[in-house]
Design a protein around this ligand. Structure first.
Ligand SMILES: Cc1ncc(C[n+]2csc(CCOP(=O)(O)OP(=O)(O)O)c2C)c(N)n1
Ligand code: SF4
Ligand SMILES: [Mg+2]
Length: 288
């Protein structure tokens, strides 16, 4: 069990004042503290970007990997020791751009971990080029005459490719975000949360106010086990021309995790197996 204070590192966050990463970060720390997950059993893996600095400021194990590679590193750690709580964090460029192949196949695999995307609609760290989440027509450093490409729809892709926990939250609502993070961490399987995260320095279109005017929460009448309904909800942002943007848990199902079905991992975590040195040496000898 860790308190918010214990989860805080001495490093001062380097994000711009007003950045949505601050509240996302507080919500994640709050979720870990309230769930009572021990720090020494938690690992946060990131890629590269403003989002990916997250694990500098949270006092758990951390691994800052390569741009787009937070998922494979996180998956590797989970498969080595599935007793750990694993969280991967990425920016939208990191997760939906260069890391998109990992994103797609994670839903099929269903390794038990949480994947949080800081979805700010730009490449923030490299000072504001268009990302897969930049809206069509949006002017950025790399699209001075307006973005020609349509926006990626991560929720629809996640549902279509076998996601077992698919959610979206808004960085302007910290309590709601914390609640959904807790649900995602507790979910047995690959839990994905897209966070609408204002970048106050480089995304002048999708501001806090812009999101507040458009988002609404899925209410108690919404059935998150209905895949067809979830798909329709995920498409609502496009069908409404970005006038109505739902947030909440879009889809949830129980399905065996990858590690629960892998014969080598059923009995105990890989790290607790004896090292079969003789067999390793024999295998190496065959290649010499
Ligand atoms: C392989 C590789 N390509 C490009 C880069 C340069 N780079 C660093 S961060 C970044 C964009 C980050 O954008 P995003 O993932 O959306 O995160 P944000 O900074 O917006 O949080 C890029 C292109 C890199 N570090 N590695
Ligand atoms: S550039 Fe944008 S995303 Fe990066 S820290 Fe500043 S406001 Fe946040
Ligand atoms: Mg980004």
């Amino acid at each position: 069990m860790s308190t918010m204070e214990e989860l805080t590192t001495k490093e001062k966050p380097q994000w711009c004042p007003g950045c949505g990463n601050f509240s996302l970060h507080m919500a994640l720390k709050g979720a870990l503290a309230e769930l009572g997950i021990p720090r020494e059993k938690t690992v946060i893996c990131t890629g590269i970007g403003c989002a990916s600095k997250s694990n500098h400021y949270i006092n758990v194990y951390g691994y800052e990997s390569l741009h787009g590679r937070s998922i494979p590193v996180a998956a590797g750690i989970k498969l080595a020791n599935h007793e750990l709580t694993i969280i991967a964090e990425s920016g939208d460029g990191d997760g939906y751009g260069i890391g998109s192949a990992h994103f797609l196949h994670s839903f099929r695999r269903n390794i038990d971990m949480t994947y949080i995307i800081h979805d700010n609609g730009v490449y923030g760290l490299t000072t504001g080029q268009a990302s897969p989440m930049s809206q069509k027509g949006m002017k950025t450093k790399s699209t001075p005459h307006g973005n020609l490409e349509t926006q990626f729809n991560p929720l629809a892709v996640a549902i279509a490719t076998g996601g077992t926990f698919v959610a979206r939250v808004f960085a302007g609502d910290i309590m709601y975000m914390k609640d959904i993070f807790k649900q995602a961490i507790l979910h047995k399987g690959f839990a994905f949360v897209d966070v609408l995260q204002p970048c106050v320095s480089f995304n002048k279109l999708n501001t806090y106010q812009w999101w507040q005017q458009r988002i609404y929460k899925l209410d108690n009448t919404y059935e998150s086990k209905d895949k067809s309904a979830a798909f329709v909800k995920a498409l609502e942002e496009t069908t409404s021309n970005y006038e109505k943007i739902p947030i909440g848990v879009f889809y949830k199902e129980e399905r065996p995790t990858y590690e629960s079905e892998a014969p080598q991992l059923k009995e105990k975590p890989l790290v607790k197996h004896e090292l079969a040195i003789d067999a390793i040496e024999k295998a190496i000898d065959e290649f010499i």
